[in-house]
Ligand binder design. Structure first.
Ligand SMILES: [Zn+2]
Length: 347
């Protein structure tokens, strides 16, 4: 992997991000895995296809190198987990995560399958030194069609009970085509919060609300929530981030990147309520079948920067709209993550 940092990238970082971000950062959403863990893909994945175009693997060294290149001068601590789709060997991706977490002294979550019993889950998380769970929509039983999957199909109650007993972190990517505004999703999120109050539940990507049309009544409903956290990983929508900040406040918004996916060079737009990643030509393979990817001219592509910087620029616009202070920014990018991790590790 070689990550090229262009003049455009340096300008964006230097002019808009370097002084905005605190010196110490906690990134609660990162994936590490090796390409040799990949299994032949028997059935299609029920997640989006484009993320795998960005990186075929992300070693822990790749991840740490990425921070050095993208956040020069900052100290970044990642919360790490494996690649959660079914075409990657679950046991090996978890073993690698557990091994390097110990080696580098980093916190880690375990990628889970709903097939595990409560005792299997408890035994594996404890043995691996994990501080919580990373369930994923694609791990739901394969007979369930993508649009019908509910949270409980891949994060079953018997897992939630164990997580609640231990006060674990759960990093949750919510299912369903309607995304954050989906009524079943919203009902389940509030239900989990009520039934399992000791879980530190982080709703990833602000519930996959990447366009304004994904919001609906979600933030009105979510005003009832007391403990849910949201990460804005891979989310470049300043409007959505602003609504999340206004609804739950900066103490329940945490920075997560979704590296390595956000190494992508791109700019995201919404068209008819659907997100499209505009990308330079030739970088990410044949995109004709992918509704979420579109190539632009070489000249336009040269002006693009990293997905991660686009995400941070969007957060900055939202933070300014909400008049957040430096202490709030430090909470989002560092202190909230530190507290979340420390409360699990102390138990
Ligand atoms: Zn992710």
């Amino acid at each position: 992997m070689s990550l090229q940092v262009t003049e455009v990238d340096k300008q964006v970082y230097h002019n808009h991000l370097e002084n905005f971000l605190p010196d110490a950062i906690v990134d609660v959403h990162t994936h590490i895995w090796l390409k040799e863990f990949r299994l032949p893909l028997v059935e299609g994945t029920r997640g989006p296809v484009w993320p795998r175009r960005v990186a075929e693997e992300n070693t822990i060294e790749n991840l740490l190198d990425t921070y050095a290149l993208m956040f020069p001068g900052k100290k970044v601590t990642p919360l790490i987990f494996g690649w959660p789709e079914r075409d990657v060997d679950l046991e090996r991706t978890n073993l690698y995560t557990s091994t390097v977490a110990k080696q580098y002294g980093l916190p880690a979550l375990m990628v889970t399958t709903p097939r595990w019993s409560a005792s299997e889950l408890e035994e594996q998380v404890t043995r691996g030194g994990f501080i919580g769970l990373k369930p994923y929509v694609d791990q739901a039983p394969s007979h369930i069609a993508a649009q019908d999957i509910t949270i409980y199909d891949y994060l079953p109650h018997h897992h939630l009970r164990v997580a609640d007993t231990h006060g674990w972190i759960v990093m949750l990517h919510i299912p369903r085509p309607a995304r954050l505004k989906d009524k079943v999703n919203l009902q389940h999120l509030l239900e989990i919060e009520t039934l399992y109050p000791n879980i530190k539940l982080i709703v990833a990507h602000i519930g996959r609300a990447y366009c304004e049309e994904d919001v609906g009544e979600a933030f009105t409903v979510l005003r009832a929530s007391k403990h849910l956290f949201f990460d804005f990983s891979a989310n470049t929508n300043a409007y959505v981030i602003e609504q999340a900040l206004r609804t739950v406040g900066p103490q329940r918004i945490v920075f997560g990147s979704d590296l390595p996916i956000v190494r992508m060079r791109m700019r995201r737009i919404c068209e008819d309520g659907r997100y499209i990643n505009l990308v330079p030509p030739g970088l990410y393979g044949d995109l004709r079948e992918d509704p979420h990817m579109r190539e632009v001219s070489a000249a336009e592509g040269r002006r693009f920067t990293f997905f991660l910087y686009e995400q941070l620029l969007a957060f900055r616009r939202a933070a300014e709209a909400c008049n957040l202070q430096a202490a709030d920014i430090a909470d989002v990018f560092c202190n909230n993550g530190v507290r979340l991790i420390a409360t699990v590790e102390r138990r």
